[in-house]
Design a protein around this ligand. Structure first.
Ligand code: PAF
Length: 289
């Protein structure tokens, strides 16, 4: 496994791999790797012969400077995990290389006004900008993102289509702890009680899943059920509990087409997100948590 921090060097390593006929996948990360990231690597390896992982804590996507300062940094462990899981190249640029005298930003209108976008001003502009840069630097055939950040994944699909990036986007399923809590780099910031209570987000989604699969299509009913479960478990704040159209990510009142039901809530000052995709299997509704 190589590690590299220089853009030109990464380009030439990837070009060499492509010349040797290898399909290349990119797994963009901010480090602090956990099982969720490794599942993205596995999804990449299923589709590609050469897997590049980027590790870059992208300051411009943090709307809260505390969150940036507290973001866990575990580079040595990350490199071991990347190596053990068959990553071929880890790209670790420094901030100056990525943003030296930077004046250009990328945005996707409309898809980021609700859900997390409504609560994290500037966040998605920072994500789309760095992801565009990574696509241009690495020039992968495939890039893998997690369902857990569903607004990010769906908006990046739209960005790729609108800006004609020759990259196929794969959305990999959410990886969960044994009790159902979605894996996240932020989970380590929960104490034992908060960690136990945080599983209520998953319990809320599971309960709403049962309602939907039992025929409930009305958002208000889903909202009240999820809100009750999460507040009873002691969440300090709920940013949103939203039913949205899958493609436009606009709020909807009833399920008619493919949709997403998503939650963001705080436990112990830690903002946690989770979601399920609601899709149709013929006439039958199926929820993917
Ligand atoms: O999902 C993340 O970890 C980040 O938003 C990403 C895609 C690596 C961009 O910084």
């Amino acid at each position: 496994m190589f590690t590299e921090g220089r853009i030109e060097r990464v380009r030439s390593i990837v070009a060499e791999a492509k010349l040797a006929g290898k399909k290349t996948a990119l797994v963009p990360t901010m480090g602090a790797l956990h099982e969720g990231h490794l599942s993205l690597v596995r999804a990449a390896k299923e589709k590609a012969d050469f897997v590049v992982m980027s590790i870059f804590v992208n300051r411009i996507q943090f709307n809260d400077s505390n969150d940036f300062a507290n973001y866990p940094k575990t580079l040595e462990n990350d490199l071991n995990l990347a190596r053990e899981n068959g990553v071929d190249l880890v790209f670790i640029p420094d901030e100056d290389e990525i943003y030296h005298d930077h004046k250009t930003y990328v945005d996707v209108e409309g898809l980021t006004e609700e859900l997390c976008g409504a609560h994290r001003p500037g966040h998605f502009r920072g994500v789309f900008t760095v992801v565009s840069k990574l696509f241009n630097i690495v020039q992968p055939d495939i890039a893998v993102f997690g369902q857990k950040d569903i607004q990010q994944a769906v908006s990046i699909e739209k960005m790729v289509s609108d800006l004609n990036f020759p990259v196929e986007i794969i959305i990999a399923p959410i990886i969960r702890e044994n009790d159902g809590l979605a894996k996240s780099s932020r989970n380590v910031r929960l104490d034992a009680v908060q960690r136990k209570n945080a599983v209520s987000i998953y319990n809320a989604l599971s309960s709403v899943q049962k309602m939907i699969e039992g025929g409930v299509c009305d958002y208000q009913k889903m909202y009240h059920e999820a809100e009750k479960i999460i507040l009873e478990a002691g969440a300090e704040k709920i940013d949103y509990i939203t039913l949205a159209d899958y493609h436009s990510l606009r709020r909807i009142d009833r399920i008619k087409h493919k949709a997403v039901f998503a939650v963001a809530a705080y436990f112990g000052g830690v903002r946690l997100i989770d979601n399920m995709i609601i899709d149709f299997d013929g006439e039958k509704i199926k929820c993917v948590l």
